[in-house]
Design a protein around this ligand. Sequence first.
Ligand code: RIB
Length: 312
Amino acid sequence: MILVAGSANLDFVVRAPHIPAPGETVLGHDFQTVPGGKGANQAVACARAGGADTHMLLALGHDAYAVPLESSLKAAGVHLHARRVIDRATGTAFICVSDDAENAITVAPGANYALSPADLPPLNGFTHLLMQLEIPLACVLAYAKAARAQGITVVLNAAPACALPAELLALLDVLIVNEGELAVVADAAGSIAQCLARIAVPCVVVTLGHHGCCVRSEGSLSYQPAFDVTPIDTTGAGDTFCGVLVAALSQGQPLQTAMQRGSAAAALACTRLGAQTSIPNQAEVLSFLSAQPPATDARLTELKQFCGLESI
Ligand code: RIB
């Protein structure tokens, strides 16, 4: 059973020909609001795409923005431990999605930043704690400490990127980062190999967009090339990967299977609009996976070379 402790945001999404440069105004196309927030997206991914029994600790304002967020989580089967905050608005995110599927996101954390270390529910029965960095770092640290003390596997997706105290890194079992976050956490500008070597967490997963992902676990390396799809909107794809990876690990699947399932779910999420609206269900993930040819040696070699990890 998984506890996700993290953010929930209502995403205000506009599609546009391109993401505006500083000072530029761009005429966009359609606008919509979509349930989002890295924490809530990952909770929905754990439950809907990963088929895991999932709970979520979150904070919401007393406002209309909270309504679709609660509905989306409940519809995915996530059990809520929701703190209601009277003096802050529900978290929001302002997202521009370009016609070539890139995005730029600005988050107004609102109620998410009212979570406190005291809000953690009893941890009996949980096997995995999954967190991100859209809630106060003090909460992430306190929750990790409490989970570690009870033998729960602690997983952190270090997004948005932030330098992490050594005390927190020492409490993690699994760290999930993208290339930019890896450089910030490692505090280095070298290759992926060099950055990975600087992080003292037993299992570090690095997502690499259309290249795929790689994992360093207990000194050995695994790779998963990305599945080929035509992306429409990559918002929430990383969250989908994290949720499905942790769901698979919580179900006792090997790391390589967890990477495959996470990658398949993320690929499907890229073909649909929005964050939680794009997360597939588990049957779709497994059916997509079973239709994929095995990764070719050429794709694996390309991924290894991109990582620069052959020499580790
Ligand atoms: O990772 C995507 C998410 O980042 C969006 O849903 C947005 O709310 C921000 O948290």
